[in-house]
Design a protein around this ligand. Sequence first.
Ligand code: HEC
Length: 153
Amino acid sequence: LYRTNGIAAACATALLAFGTLAFAHSGATGVVKERMEMMKEIGSGMKVIGEMIKGARPFDAAEAAASARAVANHAAMVPSLFPEGSTDSPSEASSAIWEDWDAFLELSDALAETGLQLATAAETASDASDIRAAFAATGRTCAACHEDFRIEK
Ligand code: HEC
């Protein structure tokens, strides 16, 4: 399921993605709004850690661990925030989610798992380079799911 591009490349992609987050949720209601806000929060958590890795923010192990834990906790909410057929405008959810629900769940589990690994790595890290690989792995799950299940508008 995961593309096997190098950690450095994935990391660079992740940094780019989180540095320039665009949110499309204005006008959203109900569960679509809820999950867009949830995605926005995990985006913010990743951005904090990405900035530490980039050197744009001082490395703080506790803050990185808390951000990673928030990402993992939000991942656990993913399945319940995607009831079948919930694609009301301005949702970017692809109907492929419900055609391939198991693959979608697998990616949300992977996000929870890699997010926890990132939190664990951050807890014992002495500088940002210690969490680079775990950050890239988390970022790859975002990219993999968006590629298959999000139609960017
Ligand atoms: C299991 C699949 C999945 C994973 C994993 C995932 N996303 Fe998403 N993401 C989606 C889907 C589907 C949408 C579109 C939801 C909608 O518009 O209804 C989305 C939308 C978004 C949005 C746009 C929110 C808005 O306001 O429009 C951001 C930002 C985002 N994701 C960030 C992330 C980040 C960062 C990660 C990894 C830490 C991540 N996502 C992991 C499926 C996923």
